[in-house]
Unconditional design. Sequence first.
Length: 275
Amino acid sequence: MLFIFLMCSGQSIDKNKDLALDIWNCDNLQNTIPKTDIRVLNELYVIVHFYGSPNKDNNDIPFTVNQYFQTIENKNNLYIALTGDVVKYPTYDNLQNVQTYLKSNFKDYFISPGNHDLLPSEENYIKVFEKDFFFEEFENFLLISPNFSNSNWLPTKEQQNKVNDLINNTNKEYIVLLSHQLFWIEDADFELVPNSYELLDKDLQKNSLTWIESHNNKNFIVISGDYGAFGQNTVCYIDDNKLFIANGIGELENDTIIKISETEDLIILEEINIP
């Protein structure tokens, strides 16, 4: 069994189950992916700021995103997660068009809604997607995608309870937690500026995962926007058993998305360029 010990900013992440990483805009998170052919069970793509450029006036799905997924022939085990700003304007038609695209191209989808999806009203979002909390237990990890678009950039107490129930009742060692907001800014030991501070009216706190009861007993991979819309490169921060990633697209040449693949005993985390 592969044992990976990564160092970043003086911290470490100690993985008990196989984890391979190639996040090439993050220092020291590169080139641990096996070069031999392996059978992939599932592929999950995580896209932040799905609508693309903040300067566009329409809600067309970015050409490079659509082009990339059209090249994938076998979509039987293909999943997608959108970590907020699914649309620029949350009209019923815009949201429904995105849902149609997701249903047509992926086995299933997960969303952590952003401010663009819920403001000025969440009515259309709920009409189309029916919920703002998604989860799925995969072969090697538990995926949880709550709604962080609140005034403290954390899920509501009700959703926090759901998160804790899921974690307490899974035997998976890895938890992939998706959020729109960069709720962990104060944890990072470097300056981290999101696309916007919309909705936030409270001070963010350090130790941003303390609301999770078992946060010391699991390995966490947190993937977040609101980020990348203005060309910011992906950033990562490691704190013991927690890996935080900020990523997003803006219809720019350096746009990247995150791909999570799993085999029978391996989780592969890659950054994919979609020029």
